[in-house]
Design a protein. Structure first.
Lengths: 112, 116
């Protein structure tokens, strides 16, 4: 059974204070690892897809990296508007129809 | 970017009534849509996979007679919570799969269901 564990559960940063969120996963075969941002009362918003170990992707202040066991979402010089819950999800290569297994998320709060 | 519209965003109903939630892909055809449930501070839990023109595939432990899913067209899937009870209160989120070379999953904005 696929498993996704995210840490920390919550993270509070000062504006400009860089940090990283962790996503550890267990799958029989990884087809893709996904990062989403979720604001309160909203659906997840797609950020990145990573497919193989060593891959990195960037978008503004966010950078996602992937190893064979975990993924990191690095946040550089965050701003208050980056406050949200960040979700990690994996798709098993044996799965079909794009089924994703999600972690519980990391609640990020960036104080001005 | 692709948009998935979900309605209503919030619904309050009495115990025993049925509630229908709609999920539409606005600018692409979605042969596959997914329905998730999310409790506070918990991860999204897949309830069922909806394929256009065929019966939905339900995850283990999800009652198919309680959560009726219809995917009658390539742009619309509906979830009906039948005879809702307070324990069905949750945040329900749909997603639609856009296929092709840049395959992605897009999410609706969610529906907060409160059953009194």
């Amino acid at each position: 059974e696929d498993q996704v564990t995210q840490s920390p559960e919550a993270l509070r940063l000062q504006e400009g204070e860089s940090s990283s969120l962790n996503c550890s996963y267990t799958v029989s075969g990884l087809r893709g690892l996904f990062w989403y941002r979720q604001d309160p009362g909203k659906g997840p918003e797609f950020l990145f897809t990573l497919y193989s170990a060593g891959e990195e992707k960037e978008k503004e202040r966010l950078k996602a990296t992937l190893t064979k066991k975990e993924s990191f979402l690095h946040i550089t010089a965050p701003k208050p508007e980056d406050s949200a819950t960040y979700l990690c999800a994996v798709q098993d290569s044996g799965g079909s129809n794009y089924k994703l297994t999600f972690g519980k998320g990391t609640l990020l709060t960036v104080n001005p | 970017g692709a948009v998935v519209s979900q309605h209503p965003s919030r619904v309050i109903c009495k115990s025993g009534t049925s509630v229908k939630i709609e999920c539409r892909s606005l600018d692409f055809q979605a042969t596959t849509m997914f329905w998730y449930r999310q409790f506070p501070k918990q991860s999204l839990m897949l309830m069922a996979t909806s394929n256009e023109g065929s019966k939905a595939t339900y995850e283990q432990g999800v009652e198919k007679d309680k959560f009726l899913i219809n995917h009658a067209s390539l742009t619309l899937s509906t979830l009906t919570v039948t005879s809702a009870h307070p324990e069905d209160s949750s945040f329900y989120i749909c997603s639609a799969r856009r296929g092709g070379t840049n395959e992605k999953l897009f999410f609706g904005s969610g529906t907060q269901l409160s059953v009194l």
